[in-house]
Ligand binder design. Structure first.
Ligand code: NAD
Length: 434
């Protein structure tokens, strides 16, 4: 199976602005600082990743040529437990991007209160340039090079943009072979046959659905017939679209790297899913139904809808387009889709932003369930996973919402305050060792 959801690179990057995600994280942390009583020394610990590893990844191409890629694994914080976070294959991957994503993971795990720190990994490459066998060789070499850092009790990777269950399966196999022991719990998001969890594939989209419904309910907006636009029709965006339409919402705008699509009467998401199952590159390009019009990705972000769900990459809503965003509620399916400058513009216009570290936490919560099952060598039924996921997400939504109401701060600030206070408390309780 080739990576079944590869996405282009140059086009994507040109749609965003040149924002350094790590600077974005630091800005967000600094904004949260004044709402916490965290001492300066602990704050300095919070502003730096614990460990960052850069590796070279040489592979032999199918034509015999050697090519050398660069990969990273960053462990931002292990104060609350083993580091946890996905691996991304994308031309735009940089050390600063991985550091930011690892930091957001640490805060996300704290917001939903699961016993993990935060990590992230990535390889700077355009996966569409490589065959499936080449992707396997890249993955195995990268695994061998980051192996000193990862393990079920150290740091547990998972899929992210352009990586999937096959990539996780190769990591399990490589690590188990090199360490001489069965290591299913070294990654999450692997195939069911190797210890993957039922419900993991859908979990991030399901969490987006829970947060959307939870926030709309608190804002007195009826989910039935709520008009929704979703940027990105990959794992997160497509599942969120499906589950939200199941709840009665109308998904009127969808997009992927091939462009945007608008259907005022609402898309039949199951029909769209059937289309991308077999379309070239699994893209929306070529999809057509009566009443639908093609729009640009920029137009998708500014559609007149109740809810906008950016579920593609970071820095999509920026100071350039934020003033044109009309959605009442923005639910961040992607990590870091809104820049801090755009945040201010959206807030001034009265939009409610449900931050990534809450909205897309369903994936890591279910990864936690997968890891627990691996450790116990015991598989749960999907119903149990979904029920537990619902309970954890409802609790986190309520905690963030209540803190935001109590302190009169935005949901993003409330989630950051909740997250950093929990990480800071763990650091303080453990004490500074070396
Ligand atoms: P994916 O590769 O499955 O899908 C990404 C989608 O975004 C594709 O449809 C792609 O064509 C589209 N896309 C890329 N650039 C775009 C652009 N500029 N405009 C419109 N569409 C564009 O990735 P995914 O797993 O769905 O992840 C999406 C986001 O969600 C990422 O930010 C990821 O870090 C985050 N996230 C994913 C998970 C998970 O469990 N998969 C969990 C938490 C957060």
């Amino acid at each position: 199976m080739a990576l079944n959801k590869t996405i282009g690179t140059v086009q994507e990057r040109s749609l965003g602005t040149q924002v350094n995600p790590f600077h974005m994280l630091l800005q967000q942390l600094d904004l949260a600082r004044e709402h916490t009583g965290i001492p300066g020394g602990i704050w300095e610990i919070l502003r730096r990743p614990e460990r960052a590893l850069e590796v070279s990844v040489p592979i032999t191409r199918d034509d015999g040529e050697i090519e050398v890629l660069t990969g990273y694994r960053v462990q931002y914080s292990s104060a609350r437990g083993p580091c946890k976070g996905g691996i991304r294959y994308h031309a735009g991957v940089t050390l600063d991007e991985v550091k930011a994503l690892a930091g957001w993971m640490a805060l996300k795990c704290a917001v939903v209160n699961i016993p993990y720190g935060g990590g992230k990994g990535g390889i700077a490459c355009d996966p569409t340039r490589f065959s499936e066998r080449e992707i396997e060789r890249i993955t195995r070499c990268y695994t061998a090079r980051i192996l000193p850092l990862i393990g079920p009790k150290q740091d547990i990777p998972a899929p992210d943009v352009n990586t999937n269950a096959s990539v996780m399966n190769w990591i399990v196999d490589t690590a188990s072979a090199l360490r001489g022991e069965a290591l299913p719990g070294i990654v999450t998001g692997k195939s069911l046959e190797l210890g993957g969890a039922l419900g993991r594939r859908e979990a991030t989209g399901r969490g987006v659905m829970f947060t959307t419904i939870g926030v709309l309910h608190r804002l007195d907006i009826d989910i039935t017939n709520a008009r929704i636009a979703i940027q990105g029709f990959g794992n997160v965006g497509s599942i969120a679209a499906q589950l939200l339409t199941d709840q009665g919402a109308k998904v009127v705008g969808i997009s992927d790297v091939s462009g945007g699509y608008y259907c005022p009467t609402g898309f039949d998401i199951n029909d769209v899913l059937r289309y991308v199952e077999t379309s070239p590159g699994h893209l929306l390009a070529g999809y057509s139904v009566p009443g639908m019009e093609e729009i640009t990705n920029d137009e998708l972000l500014t559609l007149d809808v109740d809810v906008l769900i950016p579920a593609a990459l970071e820095a999509q809503i920026t100071s350039r387009n934020a003033a044109d965003v009309k959605a009442k509620v923005i639910v961040e399916g992607a990590n870091g889709p809104t820049t801090p400058e755009a945040d201010l513009i959206l807030a001034a216009n009265g939009s409610v932003i449900v931050p990534d570290i809450l909205a897309n936490a369903g994936g890591v919560v279910c990864s936690y369930f997968e890891w627990v099952q691996n450790i116990q060598c015991f598989a749960w039924e999907e119903k149990e996973t979904n029920q537990r996921l619902g309970r954890i997400m409802q609790r986190a939504i309520a905690e963030v919402w209540d803190l935001s109401t109590e302190r009169q701060i935005s949901l993003r600030l409330a989630a950051f305050v909740l997250g950093v206070e929990r990480v800071a408390q763990a650091i303080s309780l453990r004490g500074v060792f070396l």
